[in-house]
Design a protein around this ligand. Sequence first.
Ligand SMILES: CC(C)(COP(=O)(O)OP(=O)(O)OC[C@H]1O[C@@H](n2cnc3c(N)ncnc32)[C@H](O)[C@@H]1OP(=O)(O)O)[C@@H](O)C(=O)NCCC(=O)NCCS
Length: 208
Amino acid sequence: MSTSVVEGTGDRPSDLPRHQKAVITISPMRRRHLRSVLTIEQQVYPRPWSERLFEEELDRSGRLYLVARVESTVVGYCGLLMIADDGHVATVAVDPAWQGRGVATRMLAELVAGALEMGANQLTLEVRVSNIVAQRVYRRFGFAPAGARKAYYADNGEDALVMWAHEVGGEDYRRRLAELVGSFDPPTVRQGFSVELPVSSTHPAAQR
Ligand SMILES: CC(C)(COP(=O)(O)OP(=O)(O)OC[C@H]1O[C@@H](n2cnc3c(N)ncnc32)[C@H](O)[C@@H]1OP(=O)(O)O)[C@@H](O)C(=O)NCCC(=O)NCCS
C-alpha cells in the first residue's frame, strides 16, 4: 500500500552507508509473509502469536493487517480490528535491525488511514507502561493515555497503558494525518490497495 524511504537498500541497514535510502513498500499482509512475520514476532514479543493465530486473523472480517518490505524482505507489520466504530490496534512490530528509522510511523499512518476508511471514529490500543518508544509513536497519531489495565501482561505482570485517539473521523484529524503522510520523503506509494485521505498535504486547505 505505501512506499516510503529510509536509509538502507534491502540488506541489513547497518551494512549500508547512512546516506543511502531504501524504498519501503507497505501492502496487505498475506499468508506468504507469515514466515518472515513470525521471525520478527518471535524476536520482539515475549509471548509471540502463533502462525495459526495470524492465519485466523487474516481470514476474519473487519481486520486490516499490513506488512512493510524493503525489496522482498519483510521489515515490519501491523494489524487492526474494528469493533463497531472503534479501531483497535492489535499489533505493531519492526525488525530490530530496522527500528528507529520511521518504519512503524509509516506503517501506522497507513493503518490509521485504513481504519478511517473502515469507519473508525476512535482508535485504541494497549501498550506496556515501560514501552516508551511505542508510546511516542502512538502519540504522534493523537493517542493519549486513558487508563491502565493492572498486570495485563502475563509474562511479567506489567500493567498496560490504555491509549485512545478520539474524533479521528473528523476533518482536523484527517488533515493532520495527510500532513504527516505528506512529510515522508519521498512520498508514500501504496501497493495492493488504496487508502483515500481527503486532503493531501499539498492541498492549500492543509496549510492553514
Ligand atoms: C515500537 C516499535 C514498533 C517502533 O518501531 P520503529 O520503526 O522503531 O518506530 P519509528 O522509527 O517509527 O519511531 C520510533 C521513535 O522512537 C525513536 N526510537 C526508536 N528506537 C529507539 C530507541 N531504541 N531508543 C530511543 N528512541 C528510539 C525513533 O527515533 C522515533 O522517534 P523520532 O521519529 O522522533 O525520531 C518497535 O520498537 C518494535 O517493534 N518494538 C517491539 C514490539 C513493540 O513493542 N510493539 C508495540 C507493542 S504495543
